[in-house]
Design a protein around this ligand. Structure first.
Ligand code: GCO
Ligand code: MG
Length: 405
């Protein structure tokens, strides 16, 4: 069996998705997600110019060797563009292997460790009341865990709280440059504990709660926030601080027992090695797409397991259903699976482009048994939705200073 052709599609059924299709000379094909939000076309160029020519004629069943060739064989290793490109190819190769074997990918990884995958939803709001009303709605839908994000009074457009009202992505159709948002650590720190205080008063402790800081705090500020939130027993505090310097997490860890999650911007195990070995975090959020595919994610999960770190893959809507399916297979298998972020199955438009094997059942994701990843990509539908340039927002302090993402 040989790789005959690799196609790259960019489509925008609501958001931009980069989809890879690896086609073999025997007709079997595989699909992968190579979407890098806001940098989509850089990955397309990397795939078309630097990866695809090297793949033609190779045996698609040699997943490990192809991964090593694309990662270790390249002088310019790592980075989000490179790893998303490799991730898209790797997923497609696992999809092919599953189709050849007639088995779902989780069976190839080692089989089921559980029947279904626990998820957390998102409750966002412009006020505490709105956020908590949305929490109530998710609990009614069966969610056992929910992330709470609320706009900070006095700070316009806090990231992650605009929800369906005015999505930051939609805001950009007539604003082709990155939107700008304000940040004030003191306003935030003085407000967030109240959100969780009221959440616990209203809904008790049965529901698991999560909060995403989006890397806006320094380690000592994050340590302080972790302490302030301890009474509310979070499942985890996400991206409390950037981890470009992994040592920073030791400062947070030394001061608080609030569990910590990080990793949605990580690309290789090296971004997390010290965090894992020093047991400075509890959940690792690296995505299959951005971490180079299923091959490295399996190894990272096994490595993290030795240090009591559980997997909680990034599940934002800017990852395509192919990545969500890859996560479902990994999550069903991983002995140290923790929880999956889940924001719903998307719009009709999205579902006309991708069919997937996932369903939501009372707080859990179920995965239908299909060979490979179980996703279909409808090329004609996809062609209707052209790529649209988009940016993630930029953050500034109130005096104009550019701040951490
Ligand atoms: C999350 C994330 C997202 C990201 C987005 C970037 O926890 O889901 O923080 O909101 O910012 O996916 O592309
Ligand atoms: Mg996040």
């Amino acid at each position: 069996m040989k790789i005959q052709e690799v196609k790259v599609f960019v489509s925008c059924p609501g958001r931009n998705f980069v989809t890879v299709k690896v086609i073999t000379d025997e007709g079997v094909y595989g699909l992968g997600d190579a979407t890098l939000n806001g940098r989509e076309m850089a990955v397309v160029a990397y795939l078309e110019e630097h990866i695809i020519p090297c793949l033609l004629g190779r045996d698609p069943q040699q997943i490990e060797d192809i991964w090593q060739y694309l990662y270790k064989g390249a002088y310019w290793r790592k980075g989000p563009v490179t790893m998303a490109a490799i991730g898209g190819i790797d997923m497609a190769l696992w999809d092919i292997k599953g189709k050849i074997a007639g088995l779902p990918v989780y069976q190839l990884l080692g089989g089921k460790s559980r029947e279904s995958v626990m998820v957390y939803g998102h409750a966002n709001g412009e006020t505490i009341k709105e956020t908590l009303d949305n929490l109530g709605k998710l609990i009614d839908q069966g969610f056992k865990a929910v992330r709470l994000q609320c706009a900070i009074p006095g700070l316009e457009g806090t990231y992650g709280t605009l929800g369906e009202k005015k999505d930051y992505y939609e805001l950009q159709s007539d604003r082709p440059l990155p939107p700008e948002q304000l940040w004030s650590t003191s306003k935030y720190m003085n407000f967030i504990p109240e959100l969780f205080e009221q959440a616990r008063q209203q809904y008790g402790y049965a529901v698991q709660l999560v909060h995403d800081v989006h890397s806006r705090l320094t380690p000592i500020e994050a340590a302080n926030l972790g302490k302030l939130l301890e009474p509310y027993k979070l499942l985890f505090l996400e991206d409390a601080s950037p981890a470009d310097n992994q040592d920073g997490y030791q400062i947070i860890r030394n001061h608080t027992t609030t569990p910590l999650a990080i990793g949605e911007v990580f690309n290789t195990v090296w971004d997390a090695k010290d965090l894992i070995v020093n047991q400075a975090i509890d959940y690792l959020r690296i995505a299959s797409t951005h971490g180079g595919g299923i091959t490295p994610l399996k190894k990272i999960a096994n490595f993290a397991d030795m240090f009591n770190v559980r997997m909680a893959p990034h599940g934002a809507p800017d990852l395509s259903p192919i990545c969500h399916a890859a996560h479902a297979h990994l999550n069903i298998w991983a002995p140290n699976f923790g929880i999956q972020e889940f924001i719903g199955f998307g719009t009709e438009k999205l579902n006309s482009v991708f069919s997937h094997p996932l369903s939501f059942d009372n707080g859990y994701i179920r995965l239908q048994d299909k060979p490979g990843l179980g996703v279909e990509y409808h090329e004609e539908e996809a062609a209707k939705y052209k790529y649209k340039r988009s940016y993630l927002p930029v953050t500034r302090l109130e005096d104009g200073t550019l701040w951490f993402w």
